[in-house]
Design a protein around this ligand. Structure first.
Ligand code: S3P
Length: 168
């Protein structure tokens, strides 16, 4: 099979966007970020969409944009938001349209990485507690990905090398 779409999934703070850029650089493929596409389409930041329209409206947009992006015939790296796996229709389309790679990290690593972050509405308030709660709620949802890569304690280069060496 020729891989046309490499889709990165994983909880917030697992490094999807950063690793996606590094893979895009190595392959020469475009990187398409679903959150970025949503923000552009609506003309608002993700946190504004959550605040003004609510999570359900955001999830509906996320599914629409995902479907549209994955319909592209062009080879691309698709980076997703951490909650994309909460809708079974999204999981189905990702399974059909490309190779999905799940990035993982321990809760402590994620908490460390997101300590200064204010852009993620679902982590507002007690960030540490919200990370642990959401990780528990989403346990298993990322496991459909045929490739899983831990990002704890690794450089971006090491993670991309590991992906390259991975048998698909
Ligand atoms: C979300 C993750 C975010 C963004 C939105 C919701 C989630 O993306 O889509 O804030 O539900 O996990 P990142 O995973 O890139 O932070």
């Amino acid at each position: 099979m020729t891989i046309r779409q490499l889709i990165l999934i994983g909880f917030m703070g697992t490094g999807k966007t950063t690793i996606g850029s590094a893979i895009a650089e190595r392959t020469g493929w475009d990187q398409v970020d679903i959150d970025h596409q949503i923000a552009e389409a609506v003309g608002k930041e993700i946190r504004e969409i959550f605040a003004e329209e609510g999570e359900d409206a955001f999830r509906a947009l996320e599914s629409q944009v995902l479907e549209h992006v994955l319909a592209s015939p062009v080879s691309q790296i698709v980076t997703t938001g951490g909650g994309v796996v909460t809708r079974p229709c999204n999981v189905e389309i990702m399974k059909q349209r490309g190779l999905t790679v799940a990035l993982t990290a321990e809760p402590e690593t994620i908490i460390d990485r997101l300590r200064a972050d204010t852009s993620r509405p679902l982590l507002a308030g007690d960030m540490e507690r919200n990370v642990r709660r959401l990780m528990e709620e989403r346990a298993g949802l990322y496991d459909f990905a045929p490739v899983r890569l831990s990002t704890d304690g690794k450089s971006v280069e090491e993670i991309v090398d590991e992906l390259w060496a991975h048998p698909v």
